[in-house]
Design a protein around this ligand. Structure first.
Ligand code: OGA
Ligand code: MN
Length: 276
């Protein structure tokens, strides 16, 4: 079986890699080809992977330090292995309540950490018969398409991110983490490309009046998530999708019968570097 890299899946990004079993350790060559594909296409899809949580963790760990999940709140006992993203209530029944949650709003993973994640892996374990997509918006293309005067206006600005903000936007209370600030325009450490860094956990802009900063972030988010910057992933069970949090926003889409069908995904994130 030879690793095969398919055509780009959309103008906004995405590529599929087949002919590889992620349950086996990667060769150095395979690891490098996946890393290059991630830099070039931002979203890498590996269809048909049968992986335990431990195997997903081991695969992800070949790309860097896998973060413990949920240091800021109560989580499952297995949090060190993988986080479960699912539409289940406390009794394990499917619910649409999660549609109000942060995953269903445009975001990048954990930008409220001083050192936010480089990449996320998400493995589709159980899916509804239709829908339950994930959308990814390419914030490099979005930055490039900004008018020069907007690029000048936002150069050097810093965004204040806070975990609590995601929950408050989504309408429920949770204890806050201290806010952190990151550049609104960050430079990808591997490609050197500039990308917008914002999303659901972004509260306002450092040094601007709060309402003005929030309005600017809203305007940029609307710009960045236009359909031509977006790749829509339509899942099949066994897909493992790896994405680059440094140059994408993403969200789950509530386009399925949430109160009837379970949608269960396993997730790991790899720690990145301080955004510059
Ligand atoms: C995540 C996430 C989206 C989805 O796990 O970080 O945003 O479609 N998931 O489940
Ligand atoms: Mn996410």
């Amino acid at each position: 079986m030879d690793l095969t890299i398919g055509p780009r899946l959309s103008p906004a990004g995405g590529i599929a890699i087949t002919g590889i079993d992620l349950a086996q350790p990667l060769t150095i060559a395979a690891r490098d080809r996946i890393g290059t594909a991630l830099c070039d296409h931002h979203i890498v899809v590996f269809p048909g992977q049968a992986l335990s949580r431990e195997q997903q963790y081991a695969f992800t760990a070949q790309f860097g330090e896998v973060e413990r999940h949920g240091g800021h709140r109560a989580e499952s006992k297995r949090r060190e292995i993988a986080h479960v993203t699912a539409n289940l209530d406390a009794d394990g029944h499917p619910t649409d309540r999660v549609a109000a949650g942060a995953n269903y709003r445009w975001h990048t993973d954990k930008p409220y950490y001083p050192t936010p994640p480089l990449l996320t892996t998400l493995h589709a374990v159980e899916l509804p018969p239709a829908g339950g997509d994930t959308e990814f918006a390419n914030t490099v293309l979005a930055y490039d398409a900004l008018p020069p005067e907007t690029k000048r206006r936002i150069a050097g600005l810093r965004v204040v991110f806070q975990w609590e903000a995601g929950r408050r936007n989504a309408g429920y209370y949770a204890a806050a983490l201290p806010p952190v600030d990151h550049p609104l325009v960050r430079t990808h450490p591997e490609t050197g490309r500039k990308a917008l860094y914002l999303g659901n956990h972004a509260r306002h802009v450092f040094g601007l009046p709060e309402a003005e900063g929030a309005a600017l972030l809203d305007e940029l988010l609307r710009h960045a998530t236009q359909p031509h910057f977006v790749y829509v992933h339509r899942w099949r069970v066994g897909d493992l999708v790896m994405w680059d949090n440094r140059c994408l926003l993403h969200r789950a889409v509530a386009n399925y019968e949430m109160t009837r069908y379970r949608r269960i995904m396993h997730r790991n994130v790899v720690r990145g570097t301080v955004p510059v």
